[in-house]
Design a protein around this ligand. Structure first.
Ligand code: SAM
Length: 262
């Protein structure tokens, strides 16, 4: 079933991908008036980067993902965080209508999709979510910043260079984190009849070389992951390109695109 986030890729993801700062969680909670009576579905939950901080603020979270290896890491992460109100379901965006029938209509405070909308069919997903959502609830599409290798900084250009030497061709994948991707989200939410609200949260945070390396491998499909020796050579190449720096500062901008049901 999965979407390529299998095996070592899932481990890189859990270890090296950023979660979300409190301002992002606050924005979602406040926009939909979420509280202890609410259930949230986090679709494309991965290893729980968004599900777990949300679970701290609502009644329960159901994390849904087609990749068993990601869910297998989400569950212990929830235990480590002391979150006993999160459940993990193997499934995809196409399962939402059935999930709605299981839960009952108007049971859900919010459907969240973080860094995963580019895998889904927005035109069917957003209308399908409407009957599940209580009045005042809605859909949150979240994008966790520009990919590490596409930023306008010296360290990002160095990373892009190392990555292009590794894979042998230019890297251009934006994972729809750019304006064109956001426009698709905005248009699809509006077309499905939601009231659209957009905001962003900026912050800066340290980024180690290990996180850059792990971040790159966490974005590959399990089938494309190079051998451990080649991965290690890539890390050496990047370290040399960065003149031995251990860490840089990343300027992160998280976009929140909300569709509200009034
Ligand atoms: C980049 S990860 C995002 C994980 C997490 N939401 C986060 O914020 O870091 C994308 C996730 O979407 C999942 N995914 C891929 N196709 C999907 C689909 N059709 N429906 C639901 N999830 C999907 C992948 O398995 C992966 O775990």
């Amino acid at each position: 079933m999965g979407a390529g986030f299998s095996g070592a890729v899932a481990s890189y993801y859990a270890r090296h991908r950023r979660g979300y700062p409190p301002e992002v969680i606050d924005t979602v909670v406040e926009a939909f008036g979420l509280g202890v009576d609410d259930l949230v579905i986090d679709l494309g939950c991965g290893t729980g980067q968004l599900s777990l901080p949300l679970a701290a603020r609502v009644g329960a979270v159901v994390g849904v993902d087609p990749e068993p290896d990601m869910l297998a890491l989400a569950r212990p992460a929830a235990q480590d965080a002391g979150r006993d109100n999160a459940a993990w379901l193997l499934g995809s965006d196409r399962d939402l209508p059935v999930l709605g029938r299981v839960l009952g209509n108007r049971a859900v405070g919010a459907l969240t999709v973080a860094v995963a909308i580019h895998f889904m069919d927005r035109a069917t997903l957003f209308p399908a979510a409407r009957p599940l959502l209580r009045p005042g609830g809605g859909v949150a599409v979240i994008t966790n910043g520009t990919p590490l290798w596409l930023q306008d900084t010296a360290w990002s250009r160095a990373l892009r260079g190392s990555l292009e030497r590794l894979i042998g061709h230019p890297v251009t994948a934006t994972c729809q984190t750019d304006e064109a991707g956001r426009r698709r989200n905005r248009e699809a939410l509006t077309a499905a009849g939601y009231r659209y609200v957009e905001s962003s949260v900026r912050y800066e945070a340290p980024l180690t070389i290990a996180d850059m390396v792990g971040g790159v491998f966490s974005a590959m499909s399990g089938d494309d992951l190079p051998s451990p020796q080649i991965r290690s050579a890539f890390a050496d190449d990047l370290r040399a390109a960065l003149d031995g720096q251990d860490s840089v500062t990343e300027q992160v901008r998280v976009w929140l695109q909300l569709g509200l049901l009034d």
